[in-house]
Design a protein around this ligand. Structure first.
Ligand SMILES: Nc1ncnc2c1ncn2[C@@H]1O[C@H](COP(=O)(O)OP(=O)(O)OP(=O)(O)O)[C@@H](O)[C@H]1O
Ligand SMILES: [Mg+2]
Length: 366
C-alpha cells in the first residue's frame, strides 16, 4: 500500500482536504475579473489550493488557469520566457497553432520559437531582450480574448530580486489596462505582501482583493486522517489523532508530515507511535535547523528563542516576565523580535516553524 499522506510538495485531488469555501470564493472572483492577493504564514497550503482550484477551472472550461512560481526564475527575462512557455503549453492544443498566433501577437519584438520534443521555448532576438516582459504580458491579454486567462504568480515577493520598483511599475501599468486576464498574487510573508500591496508608495498598492488563508477546520482534518488510515488498512487511536490535531493547529503541513511518518512506523497508530514519528521528523530536519540556529548571531536573540520555544503561547513580555527571564527591557525584546521576524523565524510572537520550536526545546538549554 502506498503512503496516503504527502508533505513537502503540492497536493491535489484525493490528497487534498476541504478548502471548499475558499476555493469557491476565490474562483468566482477570478472568473469575474477580480484580481486576488492570497497570503498566509508558511505551509498553510496556498500553492496546493491554487493548483487544486486551477485543475477545477481548467476542467470547467470557462477559463485557462496557470500557476507561475517566481522562486524558480532568476532574471526578468527568464520570468518572461517562463510565462510565455507556460501559456503556450497550457492554452494551445498544438504547437502549430501557437506558432501562428505568436507571430501575430508579438508585434514589437522578434522572437525565435524553439521546439524540442514536447518542450517549447520562445527566445527573443538579442537586441529586443529588454522588452520581452512587456510583450509577454501583452500577449496574455491578447490570448485571453477568446477565453479568459487566470495567471497566478506564486511567491510573488520574489519580484523584488529583479530590478526593484521598475518591474513593478511596468507590470502594474500593463496589467491595469487588461480586461481578459485575472491575476492572483500569492506569497508567504505577510509583511512582504503588505509591503508590496498595502504601501501607498508601491505600484501595486491596493491592486486586488486581499485574502488571508487560515487554518483548516479540526473536524475536516480529523475526517481526512481517519479515512486515509482506514483506506490503507491501518488504524489510529483517538488520543493519537488529538495529539496530531493539537500540535498542528489546523496547518495541513504538520498534519501530513506527522501522519506520513506514523503511517510508515506501524499498523496500529497510538500515541507512542506518533511521538516516535515526531522524533524521527525532528531529527530529519535537524541539519537545516542547525544552520538556522547558527545564523542567529546574537546570544540575546538565541536566549530569547529558547524562552519563546519553552513558553510558546504563554510568551507575554510584560514587566514581570522580563524580570523573571532576565531579558533586560521591552526595547531589547522588540529589537530582537524584529530581526528574528525579518529572518522568518518568528511570526506573531511565536516561533514560526513548529518543528523548529520542538527542536529548540529538546536541544537547547539556557
Ligand atoms: N488542502 C490541503 N489538504 C491536505 N494537505 C494540504 C493541503 N494544503 C496543504 N497541504 C499540506 O501542506 C503542505 C504545504 O502546502 P503548500 O506547499 O501548498 O503550502 P504553501 O502555503 O504554499 O507553503 P509555502 O509557504 O512553503 O509556499 C503540502 O505539502 C501538504 O502536505
Ligand atoms: Mg507555496
Amino acid at each position: 500500500m502506498k503512503n496516503p499522506f504527502i508533505y513537502g510538495t503540492i497536493v491535489t485531488g484525493k490528497y487534498f482536504v476541504d478548502r471548499e469555501k475558499e476555493i469557491n470564493g476565490i474562483m468566482n472572483d477570478l472568473l469575474s475579473g477580480q484580481h486576488i492577493i492570497l497570503y498566509s504564514p508558511r505551509k498553510m497550503g496556498k500553492s496546493s489550493l491554487i493548483e487544486e482550484m486551477f485543475r477545477r477551472i481548467n476542467r470547467g472550461g470557462k477559463a485557462i488557469a496557470i500557476r507561475i512560481n517566481l522562486q524558480s526564475v532568476i532574471t526578468k527575462e527568464d520570468f518572461a520566457k517562463l510565462l510565455i512557455a507556460e501559456v503556450i503549453r497550457k492554452a494551445y492544443s498544438s504547437f502549430e497553432k501557437a506558432i501562428n498566433e505568436i507571430k501575430k501577437f508579438f508585434e514589437k519584438i522578434s522572437v525565435r520559437i524553439i521546439i524540442e520534443g514536447d518542450k517549447i521555448a520562445v527566445e527573443p532576438l538579442f537586441r529586443d531582450k529588454k522588452e520581452l516582459l512587456e510583450e509577454a504580458l501583452e500577449f496574455l491579454d491578447k490570448k485571453g480574448k477568446k477565453k479568459r486567462l487566470i495567471i497566478a504568480f506564486d511567491e510573488f515577493q520574489e519580484i523584488e530580486k529583479f530590478d526593484g520598483l521598475e518591474i513593478e511599475k511596468l507590470m502594474r501599468a500593463i496589467m491595469e489596462k487588461q480586461r481578459n486576464v485575472s491575476y492572483l498574487f500569492a506569497g508567504s510573508e505577510k509583511h512582504l505582501i503588505s509591503l508590496i500591496f498595502e504601501n501607498e508608495e508601491r505600484p501595486f498598492y491596493r491592486f486586488g482583493k486581499m485574502v488571508k488563508l487560515g487554518p483548516i477546520k479540526r473536524e475536516d482534518l480529523e475526517k481526512f486522517i481517519v479515512e486515509k488510515f482506514k483506506e490503507t488498512g491501518k488504524k489510529i487511536s483517538k488520543s493519537a489523532i488529538n495529539f496530531i490535531l493539537d500540535f498542528s493547529e489546523g496547518i495541513p503541513f504538520y498534519v501530513q508530515a506527522i501522519c506520513h511518518e506514523a503511517w510508515n512506523l506501524a499498523e496500529n497508530i497510538d500515541l507512542k507511535v506518533v511521538k516516535k514519528a515526531m522524533d524521527n521528523l525532528i531529527s530529519s530536519f535537524s541539519p537545516g535547523f542547525e544552520i538556522i540556529w547558527r545564523n542567529v548571531r546574537s546570544e540575546y536573540q538565541r536566549r530569547l528563542l529558547i524562552i519563546m520555544a519553552k513558553e510558546d503561547k504563554n510568551f507575554k513580555p510584560n514587566t514581570k516576565f522580563i524580570e523573571e527571564h532576565d531579558l533586560k527591557s521591552f526595547a531589547h525584546i522588540r529589537k530582537a523580535i524584529i530581526t528574528l521576524e525579518k529572518m522568518g523565524i518568528i511570526h506573531e510572537n511565536r516561533i514560526a516553524d513548529f518543528f523548529f520550536r520542538e527542536w529548540i526545546k529538546r536541544e537547547k538549554i539556557i
